[in-house]
Design a protein around this ligand. Structure first.
Ligand code: AMP
Ligand code: ZN
Ligand code: FE
Ligand code: FE
Length: 279
């Protein structure tokens, strides 16, 4: 008898804010004993083809993306699986999000400088290593390199988290609108870490059920930012509503310590339903 497939549906490469290249990521996934891994970089598919080409035999790479959305002023992350990566409406929205990521960087640097933590353009460019999707973790890496903080967590806790002294808001589509765009592109929308630190206040049970009405397929139940009790509640809610409840690591390489590949996994039967929806 073979053991059940190990499936991790949410990971990041250095194409966004992970620290493994797409090639390193798929190699690490195979070493971790995963059978299926989805690459879900923030607001870009640029790493997908590289991951697919580098995948060792026996490892399935799922096309994914994590779209930076919002609701009522809070960050909400939406995963999209499969679909048409040339869909003009979705590509235009992703471009708008990535542009907003770039344009807020000078504002955050100004805030850091005012706090006595200046960073040179070169330092930020080096930390961003060519990503099309620059984010706060890259600024955190530049702060680590400058010796201002010990690691990304300290940078977020003291400066970069929502409401922190160097935080700057940026454009993000309303999650219900993004669900429509993902569906229209033929992809399957699944909410990332709904009860994670930035979105739990705006994604209560009622709201999750409402989002199913506008086309959401399900949500992550098992995630490092969810307690076991929260994960269990999200599984129960999904079962009641006929929604998918996935489990994933949200791996970021060395960028997130509690997110080892495969530390949370998706039930093979849930993955089979997701594949059906992906068509
Ligand atoms: P951004 O793309 O600029 O919105 O930054 C989002 C990224 O930063 C995601 O990978 C988050 O998981 C990570 N992040 C957000 N808040 C924190 C936090 N408090 N500590 C560590 N990482 C965080
Ligand atoms: Zn990230
Ligand atoms: Fe996320
Ligand atoms: Fe993520």
């Amino acid at each position: 008898m073979t053991s059940p497939a190990r499936i991790d549906l949410h990971t990041h490469s250095s194409v966004s804010d992970g620290t493994d290249s797409p090639e390193e990521l798929v190699a690490a996934a195979a070493r971790s004993g995963l059978d299926v891994v989805a690459l879900t970089d923030h607001d870009t598919w640029d790493g997908i083809d590289r991951a697919g080409r580098a995948a060792p035999a026996g490892l399935e790479v799922v096309v994914g993306i994590e779209i930076s959305c919002g609701s009522a002023g809070r960050a909400v992350h939406l995963l999209g699986y499969g679909g048409d990566r040339t869909d003009p409406a979705l590509l235009a929205e992703l471009d708008r999000i990535r542009t907003a990521r770039r344009t807020r960087v000078p504002d955050m640097l100004a805030k850091l400088a005012a706090l006595g933590l200046p960073l040179s353009t070169e330092a930020v460019t080096a930390a961003a290593h060519g990503t099309p999707s620059i984010g706060r973790p890259h600024l955190a890496d530049a702060m680590v390199a400058a010796g201002y903080v010990a690691d990304r967590d300290e940078a977020f806790a003291d400066y970069l988290a929502e409401g922190g002294p160097a935080y700057v808001d940026r454009y993000a589509p309303e999650v219900s609108a993004a669900i429509g765009l993902v569906r229209d592109a033929g992809a399957v929308p699944v909410l990332a870490h709904p009860w994670g630190r930035e979105s739990r206040e705006v994604l209560g049970e009622e709201r999750l059920l409402d989002l199913l009405e506008v086309g959401l397929a399900g949500w992550e139940a098992d995630h490092p930012e969810h307690s076991p009790a929260e994960g269990a509640a999200l599984h129960r809610l999904a079962r009641r509503a006929g929604a998918l409840a996935t489990g994933s690591s949200d791996y970021h390489g060395t960028g997130k310590r509690n997110n080892a590949l495969g530390c949370r996994t998706t039930d093979p039967q849930v993955y089979a339903r997701l594949r059906e929806l992906m068509g």
